[in-house]
Design a protein around this ligand. Structure first.
Ligand code: ADP
Ligand code: MG
Length: 348
């Protein structure tokens, strides 16, 4: 068997879990991250720390690997496309550029005749007056947002005026969906019409941060099928290679909307590590490195709880878990409020 070395950009919990899966498949990993304390250095074969536009260090990284992938979407497009001239970057840099911009992403989804919440671009203060029918809504920065960062709930024009938003950045105003539930689909695309797709996962957020996920999702057959179909259309249209997540809203009238796409493995898919024969991480590695596609088999229903901030502390003290419980500590150096520190999956 030929030796494969995979380069991963980003060294957080997702990078760690990708590196763990790669090891299981006998694939070596080199992780590149701007954080010298990145937890994934505990799990990879080699770790390089540098900024995402440090050309020299990035070349050093690229020279060590056969393929490059990434664990988060906010990597400069130029960096990914320069790397792609030397080694295959998967998913393709153009996919990342599209999805890291909330407006481009939503336009793309709507062009596939897939429903999203209503939205408009907002570039300065005066524009909001004309967007009354999108209120109550959420104003979000078009780029660089995650875990609810860069988001402002807005109920009225008066409320907006009192906010003092920094308009050197671009924004999108989204109509607030009256949520009944949120679900996500994790899908791995290998090639044309070749997928492995996990069943819909039901998600609960607290303070716009994912707190809880479970399978099966408590949804009807129509939403079950529609969410899978939409995820497949999106992956196919993007000619995607690797694991992708589509986040959905379900409103109180049982309408399904795409919320956003993550061009990567996703927190809501952590339960696939224990609940399936092949996890979202292993599938990502298999697709990106051109390994065999194995048919997915669900082993168990499951729940997953994120351990945020100092919620991790009591779990770190435990020396034993129940047979059906799986505790993951991301080994982040510092406990911070609202920081995802670990998770607990329970097979049920
Ligand atoms: P992030 O990139 O931070 O994950 P999201 O757009 O997914 O941003 O928003 C995070 C969470 O905030 C969503 O999962 C949902 O709970 C809530 N939210 C965001 N936008 C809307 C909306 N238009 N209507 C209702 N809830 C929303
Ligand atoms: Mg989200």
């Amino acid at each position: 068997m030929s030796e494969i070395t995979l380069g991963i950009i980003g060294g957080g919990q997702l990078g760690s879990m990708l590196a763990i899966s790669a090891k299981k498949l006998n694939i070596k990993t080199v992780i590149y991250c701007d954080d010298p304390d990145a937890p994934a250095q505990n799990f990879c074969n080699k770790f390089i720390s540098g900024t995402y536009n440090d050309k020299e260090k990035i070349i050093e990284f690229v020279n060590l690997v056969n393929y490059v992938t990434y664990e988060f979407e906010n990597i400069p497009f130029e960096t990914l496309s320069e790397i792609n001239k030397l080694k295959p970057v998967l998913p393709k840099p153009s996919v990342n550029r599209l999805i890291q911009h909330r407006l481009a992403e939503k336009d793309f989804v709507n062009n596939l005749n897939i429903r999203t919440t209503r939205y408009a671009s907002v570039e300065n203060e005066s524009e909001i007056e004309a967007l009354d029918d999108l209120l109550p809504g959420i104003l979000k920065t078009t780029t660089l947002g995650y875990d609810g960062k860069g988001q402002y709930p807005i109920n009225s024009i008066e409320e907006f005026n009192s906010l003092n938003i920094d308009f050197s950045k671009g924004y999108i105003l989204e109509k607030l969906v009256k949520l009944k539930k949120e679900i996500s689909i994790i899908i791995t695309r290998f090639n044309i019409q070749k997928y492995e797709i996990y069943e819909p996962i039901e998600n609960k957020h607290e303070d716009q941060i994912l707190k809880f996920s479970k399978i099966p999702a408590d949804i009807d057959k129509k939403i079950y099928n529609q969410s899978k179909d939409w995820a497949m259309s999106i992956a196919e249209e993007l000619k995607y290679v690797g694991t992708l997540c589509v986040e959905f809203f379900i409103d109180r009238n049982d309408n399904l909307y795409v919320n956003e796409i993550a061009p990567r493995v996703h927190n809501s898919g952590h339960l696939t590590i224990n609940a399936y024969n092949v996890s979202q991480f292993e599938n990502h590695i298999r697709a990106v490195c051109g390994l065999e596609q194995l048919p997915l088999k669900k082993l168990s229903n499951a729940t997953m709880v994120n351990l945020i901030g100092d919620q991790i502390s009591e779990y770190r003290k435990l020396s034993k878990f129940k047979e059906n419980e799986f505790f993951f500590d991301y080994l982040k150096k510092e406990i911070k409020e609202k920081r995802k520190m670990g998770h607990l999956t329970t097979l049920v």
